[in-house]
Design a binder for this molecule. Structure first.
Ligand SMILES: [Zn+2]
Ligand SMILES: [Zn+2]
Length: 298
């Protein structure tokens, strides 16, 4: 491998804790928009996206100092002809002027978002019953939810790591996001989040960091450093029970602490056949963190 893109640990900027999927009383959430933002602010987040269901964006509520609210939407559209397969698209960075027709296809929605200066990602692929071909058919999405707390704690379909790897194996470059998808703000609050490195706490800087993959996702473990040095990828973390280097097909490697043990660093020598490598670590409570993939040069 070679020609590796930089990781967020190699650039300047500040870290921000973000939740990019939440619902309020504007759709089927239990809390008013201002209350959603306040809950996240009190829990130490700096960025929240209000992604109420609907074909349009909504006015962004007033929020407190130090909290960036990103006007957004979640739009559902059928995937293919079979029932029970549906895209839920998160459109980040749109306010009330944004709307799409209820006859628009998923690709038309992604394109409309792009034209509006927004970005989109695929929500909960496992919960939605999406197959690999649905994901790689959608050009221009920046990522998919590798973890969705609501989907996980309601029906155990919140973890979409296989969907992610199957897309990456087909050279479909998507990032992995961990989100809450809060409706109730009980079990679906604070389960998974994104730590993002951005130049400033502004919508433009946050969207740029998302587009360039300058973030990692986690349900608990902290990633302290992760970078490629020569032909080696090296990571340091908060104490975890395993660190996995996940690669194309049967490549990759997992380092295990062993029964009752914990580790906080690991390294992996990149192989010529590795198309990409991403790192996952799991802590003693079974909570996972995911880096974005690093790619082989063509
Ligand atoms: Zn959804
Ligand atoms: Zn949702």
């Amino acid at each position: 491998m070679g020609g590796i893109l930089k990781t967020p640990f190699e650039i300047g900027g500040r870290w921000f804790k973000c939740n990019f999927h939440s619902h309020s009383t504007r759709s089927d959430g239990r809390l008013a928009p201002e209350e959603v933002c306040e809950r996240y602010r009190q829990a130490g987040y700096q960025v929240v996206a209000l992604t109420d269901h609907g074909l349009r964006g909504y006015p962004t509520p007033k929020t407190s100092e130090g909290m960036l609210v990103i006007g957004s939407a979640e739009i559902s559209v059928k995937a293919g002809e079979q029932p029970f397969r549906e895209y839920h698209l998160i459109i980040l960075g749109v306010d009330e002027e944004f709307s799409v027709s209820n006859r628009a296809s998923a690709q038309q929605i992604v394109d409309a978002a792009q034209s509006a200066g927004a970005l989109s990602f695929i929500a909960h692929p496992y919960w939605s019953g999406l197959v690999d071909s649905d994901i790689v058919a959608l050009k221009g999405v920046i990522g998919l939810e590798v973890f969705n707390a609501g989907c996980e704690y309601e029906i155990a379909k919140g973890i979409s790591r296989v969907h992610w790897d199957n897309a990456l194996a087909q050279k479909f470059p998507v990032y992995g996001l961990a989100v809450d998808d809060g409706h109730h703000y009980t079990y679906d609050f604070g389960g998974g989040w994104v730590l993002l490195k951005a130049a400033a706490l502004t919508r433009a800087a946050v969207l740029t960091a998302l587009r360039t993959g300058m973030f990692y996702s986690t349900c608990g473990p902290e990633i302290l450093d992760c970078r490629v040095r020569g032909d080696e990828i090296y990571i340091t973390t908060s104490p975890v029970r395993s660190i996995a280097f996940v690669a194309h097909h049967s490549g990759g490697m997992q380092v295990n602490a062993g029964p009752g043990g914990l580790i906080s660093e690991a390294r992996y020598t990149l192989r010529p056949e590795d198309r990409y490598v991403r790192v996952e670590c799991v802590d003693g409570l079974g909570r996972t963190a995911w880096t974005n993939p690093v790619w082989a040069a063509e």
